[in-house]
Write a protein that binds this ligand. Structure first.
Ligand code: SR1
Ligand code: MG
Length: 401
């Protein structure tokens, strides 16, 4: 049988039965289509006491249709990335039960006990372990898939296995191209049109964005998740699950770190004009900023430890090399965080942290803040001596408004 989109609940149920042993033959099963992402179809299949998720990739982008074709190899990439991530942090990713190349579908663990982080953060819920979990996911996945750990042949084979041109092209364009010109795909609140036009004239900013883009294109450093925004994270009070690595490829470590930091900061910008008590919103902004510190510090502490104990090349074990590596990586991460903030504000794909502010003028104020923070992070990324100094700068920007 060749590829076809699941066309009925019965289709999805038959596939679930065939690809897992979670259900008994006489159990009746239910199907819900739960995908709210931009690209794929996602189904939950539930029985009496078990459930699972099926994700199917069609040969095009879901929200656009056949006018934007997309390689279905992305589903293999996602399945293999999830399996690799599970080797390093099994508690932080959903388990893959099965991957079917013909139907371009993954059958995986239902993480229904966890909630989408974007929604959690918009309603200002504090999760005590979240930042540590994200820092650990980043240190463990990024270290163990880099040349700091792998041998030459393992690393080259990883690069080859994760060549992902269609998905990389989306990021190359949506992060680094569209937001810096009057592109037809952009979506811009009329109240910040003038701010966007000013940004398009800022050659100093565009030069730095070009540098970040060239690293994204050329620096085959480590296996990235590739799309680590708040919508790719599910979490609750005790656990965290990171999903959707279909954009995975071997690229610069700072891209993943920066993507999630950028999403934290988009929430900070959004909270400035969300509904609800002002004191509570400011308190949440501070909690989020502390979270960025915890995330980075957890990442750095673990990554440095691995560099000392698990890296074999003596030059790469040097403390001086680790110091240099961390300062470059922090700069890259802050730069990519800024790029994520700008593209989510004036580019194609926006975020609920800003979009849920109903009043367009109030939303514009948060959007201007997001653009401003993004611009500073990109332009000044190499000037910060550490994460604390970067967070101090962000706090100052909030106070002096
Ligand atoms: C057309 S895809 C738009 C965005 O959704 C994905 O999750 C990625 O973030 C991509 O940039
Ligand atoms: Mg996704």
């Amino acid at each position: 049988m060749s590829f076809r989109k699941f066309s009925s609940d019965a289709d999805v149920i038959a596939f679930a039965r065939q690809h897992s042993d979670l259900f008994t033959a006489d159990e009746s099963l239910r199907v819900e289509e739960i995908g709210d992402g931009n690209i794929n179809f996602v189904y939950r299949v539930s029985g009496d006491s078990n459930s699972l998720i099926i994700k199917q990739a069609l040969p095009y982008v879901r929200i656009i249709g056949e006018g934007w074709p997309l390689s279905q190899d992305r589903v293999r990439i996602e399945a293999e990335a999830l399996q690799l991530e599970a080797k390093h942090c099994p508690d932080l990713v959903p388990r893959v039960y099965s991957y079917d190349a013909e139907q371009c579908a993954i059958v995986m663990e239902d993480i229904g006990a966890f909630e989408n982080l974007r929604i959690v953060m918009v309603r200002r819920q504090k999760l005590p372990l979240l930042a540590e979990h994200l820092g650990r996911f980043l240190s463990d996945t990024l270290f163990y898939t880099s040349d700091l750990y792998l041998d030459t042949y393992e690393k080259k084979s990883l690069v080859k296995g994760f060549i992902n041109p269609d998905l990389c092209k989306i990021s190359e364009e949506l992060f680094f191209w569209d937001p810096y010109c009057d592109h037809e795909r952009n979506s811009i609140n009329a109240f910040i049109r003038a701010d966007a036009e000013q940004l398009w004239q800022d050659n100093a900013l565009k030069l730095e964005v070009a540098r970040l883009k060239v690293k994204f294109l050329n620096q085959a450093e480590t296996l990235l998740h590739g799309d680590l925004h708040s919508g790719s994270v599910f979490a609750n009070q005790s656990g965290t699950k990171i999903i959707d690595p279909e954009f995975a490829y071997v690229g610069p470590a700072g891209f993943d770190i920066g993507s999630i930091i950028g999403n934290y900061l988009l929430n900070v910008a959004g909270q400035a004009n969300q509904s609800g008590d002002h004191v509570e919103r400011s308190d949440y902004q501070q909690w989020v900023l502390e979270g960025v510190k915890t995330l980075w510090n957890t990442f750095e502490q673990r990554f440095r430890q691995y560099m000392q104990t698990e890296t074999r090349d003596p030059s790469l074990q040097l403390d001086e090399y680790a110091d240099w590596y961390m300062s470059e990586l922090l700069a890259d991460s802050l730069g990519y965080a800024g790029a994520e903030m700008i593209r989510r504000t004036i580019g194609l794909a926006h975020v609920l942290d800003l979009e849920s502010i109903e009043d367009a003028e109030r939303r514009a104020d948060s959007e201007r803040l997001a653009l401003k923070l993004g611009e500073i992070l990109i332009k000044q990324r190499s000037a910060f001596t550490g994460i604390d100094q970067a967070i101090d700068m962000l706090r100052q920007q909030l106070y002096c408004r």
